[in-house]
Structures are given as C-alpha cells and as structure tokens.
Design a protein around this ligand. Sequence first.
Ligand code: GDP
Ligand code: MG
Length: 436
Amino acid sequence: RLEGVWDTVRKDGKLTADNIKTPMREIRRALLEADVSLPVVRQFVKSVEETALGTKVLKGVRPDQQLVKVVNDQLVELMGGQQQDLNDPKDGPQVILMAGLQGVGKTTACGKLALALQKRNKRVLMVATDVYRPAAIDQLVSLGERINVPVFEMGTDAKPAEIARRGLAKARAEDFDAIIVDTAGRLQIDANMMSELREVQATVQPSDTLLVVDAMTGQEAAGLVKAFNEAAEITGAILTKMDGDSRGGAALSVKAVSGKPIKFVGTGEKLEALEPFYPDRIASRILGMGDVLTLVEKAEASIKEEDAAEITKRMLSAKFDFNDFLKQYKMVSGMGSMGQIMKMLPGMNQITEKQLNEAEKQFKMFEALINSMTPEERTNPDLLAKTASRRRRIARGAGRIEVDVTNMIGTFGGMRAKMQSLSKMMKMGGGAPGMP
Ligand code: GDP
Ligand code: MG
C-alpha cells in the first residue's frame, strides 16, 4: 500500500518539510486504513517527520530510500523495539497465565505455547481452570494429547484459584519446567472475570500473564490490552488470528497504547501456528522494502568505516590539529560508544567503564572549548601555547576557566605526541599493534 508514496522525495537531494509532505500524508492514511488508532498515528507521523528532517541522506542512498529507513526505524520503535520472550525465573518453573475474552484463542494459545516450550526441551504441564464449560476442559485435554503434554484438571466443581494452586504444586513436586494456566473468558470485561483472574494470579504468582487478543477486533484490541493491564497487570499480549483478514493495525498500536509488548502472534488454527513477535520483521513486511533497508544499512556501515579509516590516517600523520581532535570526538559519539574506539587504540584496552564516562565528560568540555576557538587556532594549536589572552578568551567563550584550556592543550599535546611516535613506528615497520 505504501509502495508509490516515496516518489515525491526521490528527485530532491535531501529530505525537506516540503517534499516529505505527500509521503507523510499517505503513510498516515495507510495506517488509519490498517486500523491503527488515531492518537498512535498522530504521534507516529510526528516522530517520523522530526527524525526525517534531522536525518542526513547518506552517500549512495537516495532521499526516498533514506526516508523508508526512517519510517522503518520508527515503526520498529513503535512496536517496542526488541522481540520480548517469555520471562524465565531462575528458581522454579515458568508459570504462564492466559487471560482474555471468550473465543479469542486462549485455549488454542495454551497448546501452541506448550508445543513451543516443548521444542525448547521443557517439560510442560497445562492446567484447566475454565470451569464454566465442560467442553473447555475437554478441549485442553485433547490438545494436550495431540502434543503429549499432560493436563491437570479437577472437573467443573472446583474453584479456578484452587485448581491453579494444586496444578502448580504438582508441577513443583514433579519438576516440570513450565506450567500454562488456561482460564475462562467472558464476552466482555466484567468485574467477576477480573476478580477471578486476579485471584488465580495471586495464587500462582505467574512469571507471565499474557493477554490473548483477537487481531480481528482491530482498533479495540489495543484498548483492551490497556484496560486489562490496568485491572490485572499483564506482562504482554498474544495477538491471534493474524492469518485472517485482520488489517494488522493492532500489531502497531498495542505497545504504544498499553506499554506492554506483543510477545507472540497466532497465525492459524494449527498448534504450530505461533510466532514470536519481531518488530523489525513486521516493520519491513509492512513496508515491503527489505532491499532498501539493507542498502541503507550498508551505506551507514561503510560511512562509519570510512570515517574511522580517515581519522586513523590523520591521527597517525603529523597534522593532528584541534579539528581532528574534535572530529574524532564527534565520530566516536556518533558511533554511540567511546569504548569501541578507545579499545582500538594501543595501550588503552584495559579502560574501565568509569574512566570511559570521565573521558566522555571531558571530551564534551573539549568540544565546547574548541568551538570557541577561531579557525586559525584550530588548525594551528601552537598559537595557544604562546598567548594567554587567547586561552582566556576561549575559556570565557565556553563558560570555563583558563586552566581548563591549559589542561586540554596538555591532553591534546600528549595525544599528538603519541600519534606521532606511533606513526614513526608504522613507517618503520608494518603497522602498530591493535590498529586496523
Ligand atoms: P478461547 O475461548 O479464548 O479459549 O478460544 P479458543 O482457543 O477456543 O479458540 C476459538 C477459535 O479460534 C477456535 O476455533 C480456534 O481454532 C480459533 N483460533 C485460535 N487461534 C487462531 C489463530 O491464530 N488463527 C485462526 N485462524 N484461528 C484461531
Ligand atoms: Mg478456552
């Protein structure tokens, strides 16, 4: 649906408020048509716009491709970023409690999860607490038979919390790795269902309370997760019936509206039809532009490599001025981690986290100081050593004192000397240890 929307951006050299207008309008429409809730759409469009305008179009990449990447990254973010697996407590079994309205696919999801856990070599016990319909217990039992997973049940006369308690005791006594507790649903949220759910929850202290939601309910799905989460705290959702003609909007809104991740999606009636929810895969499926994303990611990686190579070269040459110093800092912070670069430098591999933080703070100050230098001073560091009035002016401009400038010159000088001797070493024979 989004295929044609990037065209207006293609011809220009960069992303502007003007040329992203049409694609943004189309994205907005596509999301609304996919049943994403309006506040989520608004927030999404706004953050894409903001990010796009602050994004540089990389070498070898067209602006429309760059925009696809921005939209993709924001989609991933919207859906919670990383895939979230089941919680796995170190002591005792995984206890998974299923919640949700009637007919959404809870009992089926119990069987699906049991099978998935079994494939991870876990011994699973299922527990039937839907005491309102005898058929519900039979359904779980027959699912269990198909995959060879035992079901603990006490018929329809016992109370759900009591069944759950006994089920957990059995699992502990017999050393099961996981128990999955099926519960009864109602047609809509009501106080009885919630208090029953909370009672079971309090009894078994689940490692996961998963709300099973039918994707076909569209916009309402996200709201339902929110309401359930407020009434009985959940750890995530399972979105079922994604194979049907649902428009998929729930997948985009659940996290944004409820703060809880979708952990799995159900994609069919078979017990194999359960998939972990991967925000990045869903996003690229939505955009249908996997190739473009790969292209931009490659460009990003190669720019980083070029920068690193260039800086290394300059660092090792005699011309290591304040611009290089600053550029190095900028590149390093652009990579998100001082540590990576520091580790590449000889003699610096034993640096601690605390030292790293200190270094980053210091570099920030250096940046401010260098920014208040004249271009001439930046390329000719020796000017500063001679004139105190320059040092004072620079300090004032950065809101620091003269000693800070003197200290920076010291650090800079030390680094330059190190680079120069390193460079001599390299010229003499075959490369420094640890340098690329
Ligand atoms: P419960 O009342 O919440 O326990 O729901 P059930 O597990 O009994 O499922 C209700 C119906 O939905 C059954 O006919 C299931 O086969 C069907 N169902 C469950 N999950 C899915 C799914 O992911 N895709 C499809 N197409 N059907 C599903
Ligand atoms: Mg059921």
